[in-house]
Structures are given as C-alpha cells and as structure tokens.
Design a protein around this ligand. Structure first.
Ligand code: FRU
Length: 491
C-alpha cells in the first residue's frame, strides 16, 4: 500500500468493508498487541482527547485513523469505562464530514455542562491548493452518546499574527467564565498558547497570548493543558523545535510542564513560573491531557508514540497506544505521577511473588506484569526486562543509587527503533538514597514510575517470542514484588 495524500485523505466510505475486515484479521494475528493498554483495533491512534467524567462514567476519545498505521484522515474514537482500566469501545464518535473538518477532526477536550457533554476540537481543512485551514469547533454529546456538531465554528478566524498552525483547544471553567487554551504558531515561527474566553461556549473572544516563559518555546506548541491544584496552575504542553539550550531533551518533541504560583486571568499570565520540567524522561510519551475529576483527583493520560517516528508494528497494520491513567499530585513544586490505584484490581493476587535477594530471576513471564522494587542506597546493579535466556537481548535499567543515577537502555534488541534519537535515557536522583520503582510491562510497552512517581520513564520495546524473562542483579539485596496482570483490552 502506497500512502499517498490521496489514500490518506480519501473519505471513510471509499475504503469498503472488505479492506477493513482484512486489516482487522491481520492486526488480530499481530505480535506486540497489548494486554491492558488502550490500543486501536486497526490503524493508528495518537493523542488522547476529551478525557472526562460524565453521566457516571469515564469518557475518553482518541485521535484515530482506522485504515493503516499512518497519519491520515483523523476522527475521534470514543471509549467509556467504569473503573479507568476496563474500557468499552463505542466506535467513531466525531467523523471528518463537514467543510470545516474535511481533512481531520483534530485534538481537543470535553467539559460536562448540565446533562450534556461539550466537546471542543480543531477542524483541519485543506483547500484545492492544499492550503490548511484551522477552525475551533464544538459539539454536544447527550447521555446516550449521541453527538451533534455545532454547525458554525466556535472560532472561525485565525487571529492576526498567527499561522494556520492553530489547534488543540482545551476548554475549562474558570470562575464565572469558560476559557479555551489553544496551541499556536506566530508568523515569526514562535510557539504560543492563546487564551480565549466565553460566557456561553458559543461566542469566544481572545484574551491574549499566555505569558508563562521569557524564553522562545520553539516554532509551535501542541496540546496545551492547564490544570489547577488549588490556585496553583500547571501547564502541560508539547513545544516543537525547542532550543535544547533552553532545556535539554532527547526525544524529537518533548512533553513538558511548568508550575506557577497563581494565574492572573486579566493579564493571561502565570506568575512565578518555575523551570520547565520533562513530564516523562523515557522515549515515547507525548500529547498528555489532564483534568480534575469530580472526586477531586487530577487525572492524566498520554499518547505512547511520537510524531514522525517509525515503529515496527507499522508492518502489522496498527500503531501506538495510550499510557495508563495516572493520578497527578503537586508536591513541593513537582508533579508526581502514579498509575491510578484502580490498577491494583488487575493483579492476579494468587500469583504474587515476593523475593528478597541479590540475584532475582523471573522466568517465563507473559510480559504482562507489575513489579515493585526497592533498591537500597549505595547500590550498583541492573535489571533486565524482556530478556531471552541467553541474556543478550533485553531492555535494561541500570542503577547506581550511590551516585544517584538511573539509565534506561534499549540498545539490546532485535528490533531497534529511532536510533538517531539515542538508545538510552539517564536521570539524576538524589545521591545515596533508596530507590523505589513501580514498573508496568505490557508486551511492547513499559512504564517506569520512580520514587513514588516523582519521575516517569515510558518506553516501547519490541521483544521476540523467547524474550520473556526478568533478571536483576547487583551488590545488595533487593526486595521485589511481582504481580502478573490480567488482560483488559477489548477494543
Ligand atoms: C499532536 C497533534 C495535534 C493535532 C493532532 C492531529 O500529536 O499533531 O497537534 O491536533 O496531533 O492528529
């Protein structure tokens, strides 16, 4: 299949059921499919959209191109859950079927209003000369999940000084108003976040450009998300083309966050902003979205995958997944991220193994488990996940708690990926302290939560069939709890 623009953007109806059925059976047979992460049934998934709690259920949408593992004509796919771990597929919810979203229903957010859910997204349009148009669009979803698009764009005009890269609206309630944060690029090729305001969700006027940093934020900001912890604002965002002198990062595009002391609504300003921090220090996390749930928790979810990268599942007709749902806490100016406690329900308790030893071996796993590991201070060693018995292929996590170093290395693999962006990621920890790790391994994805979620490393890894062992060794005793996990995926 040649993925020309014509193929990527042809209307959904043109593909025919036969094509999709064949693709479905191909993906069913594919290796590296996941057991408890949200993944597309076929084709490509990218950003999470509209994550919310509505009508007594968790609702989530994601960017979806059903017909192949490429960025083509996007829609919003809808899934619902009672517990944040089992997700039920509801199908394609918003299709690219109007003038304004003819070339893609792009990312956005959701906000419950009375007995309806308000959805805001970007309509991506291309004219005959392939010139892009960007419209901020709205829709209403009722309690039966029927969605009605609001015909006219919420924001029709790209403001002066902004290019057609103007997308990913996040709508929140702020005091008596609604605010919309939108990722944008200026005509001087600078990344910005624009703030709009409305009292009725239909008429929006611009407040200005969000003032949160004196440095240039690259040439474009995607997926801005503001969340508040009491009065303290946290902005999560994805700058593209950010100068590494501003803050170092290794992925093609990073997912960052900043913490401020308060938000000055009149001046569109986040006051007393701390340094930029990487939301994830691994290889593959992007486009995180967060919101405060009615139970008071701030919950987030991200896309495990990066734009413009190659992944080995492409040849099997599918691509990418979402991260676990995480609970965010703001502690001493840092975001702590942990998988929601609901995840414990996936543990097969009767298969739990606790080991306290210098050498730890877990052979014949199904590559679907959670590990809790305590590494004492002043200890050097390493762990191998997805290891074959010969132990020449594995995902490696090296630690030196004396020096305060942790390195994730994915070089030892039969299926190397994106080598130009490096084979390892290292983080600095406090020296001479105990290290506490919670690790979720799911077939081809691994999420590592460090010191109660103070840092997170997310990575993909593509093992061969015999790569299903875990080895840990070092110079001290390590306390390990191992829980094989149940499968949840039905999408
Ligand atoms: C980020 C992004 C968004 C856009 C969407 C399109 O991954 O590029 O800016 O809305 O993906 O799928």
């Amino acid at each position: 299949m040649k993925w020309t623009n014509e193929a990527r953007y042809q209307p959904y109806e043109k593909w025919g059921n036969d094509y999709l059925r064949k693709l479905e059976s191909k993906v069913k047979e594919a290796k590296w499919r996941l057991d408890f992460h949200i993944q597309p049934k076929t084709g490509l998934l990218n950003d999470p959209n509209g994550f919310t709690f509505f009508n007594n259920q968790w609702h989530l949408f994601y960017q979806f191109f059903p017909f192949g593992p490429v960025h083509g004509l996007k829609s919003w796919y809808h899934i619902v859950s009672d517990d944040l771990i089992h997700w039920h597929p509801e199908g394609i919810a918003i299709k690219p079927d109007t003038y304004y979203d003819s070339h893609g229903v792009y990312s956005g957010s959701a906000l419950p209003i009375g007995d309806k859910l308000f959805l805001a997204y970007t309509g991506n349009m291309r004219d005959e000369t392939w010139q892009r148009g960007s419209y901020q669009m709205g829709a209403w979803m009722d309690q039966e999940s029927n969605i009605t698009k609001i015909e006219k764009p919420l924001i029709n005009q790209i403001p002066k000084g902004i290019t057609e890269h103007f997308r990913d609206p996040q709508v929140i309630k702020y005091n008596k108003h609604y605010l919309m944060f939108i990722g944008a690029q200026t005509t001087n090729k600078q990344g910005e976040v624009l703030v709009y305001q409305s009292d009725n969700l239909l008429d929006w006027k611009i407040n200005g450009s969000l003032d949160f940093n004196q440095e240039s934020m690259g040439y474009m900001i995607e997926c801005p998300n503001m969340v508040f912890f009491d009065k303290q604002p946290v902005l999560i965002f994805c700058p593209q083309g950010l100068d590494k002198k501003v803050t170092d990062y290794q992925n093609i595009y990073p997912n960052f966050y900043i913490v401020g002391e308060n938000y000055d609504h009149e001046r569109c300003k986040i006051n007393h902003v701390q340094d930029l921090m990487l939301l994830d220090e691994g290889f593959d996390l992007y486009a995180t979205q967060a919101f405060t749930a009615p139970d008071g928790r701030c919950l987030s979810i991200g896309w495990i995958g990066l734009p413009e990268m190659e992944y080995p599942t492409f040849k099997d007709g599918w691509a990418h997944c979402l991260s676990l749902v995480k609970e965010l806490k703001l502690i001493n100016g840092e975001l702590y991220q942990n998988p929601v406690t609901e995840m414990k329900a996936l543990r097969k308790e009767n298969k739990k193994v606790v080991i306290n030893d210098k050498v730890i071996t877990l052979e014949g796993t199904e590559n679907s488990y959670e590990l809790q590991i305590r590494v004492p201070s002043n200890s050097i060693g390493h762990m191998e996940f997805y290891a074959n018995k010969k132990r020449d292929h594995f995902l490696c996590l090296e630690f030196d708690t004396g020096k305060g170093k942790l390195t994730l290395d994915r070089s030892r693999t039969f299926n190397p990926i994106n080598l130009e962006y490096g084979i390892e990621r290292t983080i600095e920890l406090k020296k001479n302290e105990e290290l506490y790790l919670t690790i979720f391994v799911d077939q081809s994805v691994c999420e590592i939560f460090i010191n109660n979620g103070q840092k997170v490393m997310t990575t993909t890894y593509y093992p061969e069939q015999d790569q299903n062992n875990v080895y840990l060794e070092g110079d001290k005793h390590y306390l390990v709890e191992y829980y094989p996990l149940r499968k949840t995926t039905e999408q």
